[in-house]
Design a protein around this ligand. Structure first.
Ligand code: DAS
Length: 324
């Protein structure tokens, strides 16, 4: 019996994986070439033997410039391609810097079934030790693998397969920059096969954003010694619908922040308490504001914004956070 080659759609968005080094020993100060091809042709050549790939450029940006307009557009294209009987799976190339935000957004807005696999690179094409080719090949192999079906959106970096909600960039320079949150490492890209053991956490909320033109605005405020109240006042006055706090420790609040949170909630904003520590879960429920569980501030902002597009009911929103 011959096995049909997987038909994949590649959606590129820019990032280091789409960039070329100025010289092999220049690992920084590279730019996205807006005039050149959207992705290094070497990358596409590399995967020819593994799948039939149709490439579409969504945007060509550093991921720090992405926002809800690009995320909504990406989600629309993912939806449309997944609905096509001619598409078996999707690979998305992206910058590493905000990958975990887009990954969570897609995890919460993509219908389950066909594989959707994100990947990126810490070093540009042509640089010593460039990781783009290996990561891209790994992502294509995972998306082409039948075993990847029904496991939610996945992130492939450094031969690790990570459930999208658990992907975290934890190093500013290392090629092994992504370390999943506990339980998020669900498989490996081995030289001869793909090993998959689990999937996304069960029971995550799902949000259909296909008809959505814009999402409610949520801002992040960072906790530190002597943090002033005027930043809260500015966010409330700006008309934001919600605030995520990058709190100290297990979601703790200063005396100032407790008063500011009470004021913001009184004015109709929904507040979520995450942690600035970079790992672990916020479980502390004794202060006002919804604990973010394992979601870091930037991911909690994605969920709160999606949640607020449905309801302002803090109890309902708290249930969605508790699903992680
Ligand atoms: N160029 C940065 C970005 O787009 C970093 C990267 O991709 O690694 O996120």
């Amino acid at each position: 019996m011959t096995t049909r080659r997987a038909r994949l759609v590649l959606l590129s968005t820019g990032g280091t994986i789409a960039s070329r080094a100025q010289a092999a020993d220049r690992l920084v100060h590279y730019k996205l070439d807006q005039a050149g091809p959207p992705l290094d042709p070497d990358l596409l050549g590399l995967v020819e033997g593994f799948a039939d790939i149709r490439h579409e450029e969504v945007v060509r940006m550093p991921s720090s410039d992405l926002g809800q307009a690009q995320l909504l557009e990406l989600a629309r294209r993912v939806h449309a391609h997944l609905a096509s009987p001619d598409v078996d799976g999707i690979v998305i190339t992206h910058g590493t810097d905000t990958l975990e935000e887009t990954a969570l957004f897609l995890a919460l807005t993509t219908p389950p079934g066909k594989p959707v696999v994100m990947t990126a690179a810490m070093r540009p094409g042509g640089a010593l030790g460039s990781d783009g080719p290996r990561n891209f090949l790994g992502a294509v192999r995972v998306a082409a693998d039948q075993g990847a079906r029904g496991r939610g959106v996945l992130v492939v970096m450094d031969d690790e397969i990570i459930a999208a909600p658990c992907a975290r960039k934890r190093h500013a320079n290392a090629v092994a920059a992504f370390r999943p949150e506990a339980g998020g490492l669900i498989g490996e890209v081995l030289p001869d096969r793909i090993v998959l053991a689990g999937g996304a956490p069960d029971g995550l909320p799902g949000f259909d954003v296909t008809g959505c033109a814009a999402l409610p605005r949520v801002e992040i405020l960072y906790a530190y010694q002597d943090a002033p109240a005027f930043l809260f006042d500015a966010v409330v006055a700006s008309g934001a619908a919600g605030i995520v706090l990058a709190c100290t420790g297990n979601g703790t609040l200063s005396t100032m922040a407790k008063a500011a949170v009470a004021d913001a909630i009184g004015k109709g904003l929904v507040v979520v308490r995450s942690s600035r520590t970079g790992a672990g879960r916020v479980t502390w429920a004794e202060s006002a504001g919804i604990p973010s569980g394992p979601l870091n501030p930037q991911q909690a902002r994605i969920l709160l914004s999606l949640a607020l597009s449905r309801t302002k009911d803090a109890d309902q929103i708290a249930n969605w956070f508790a699903a992680f």
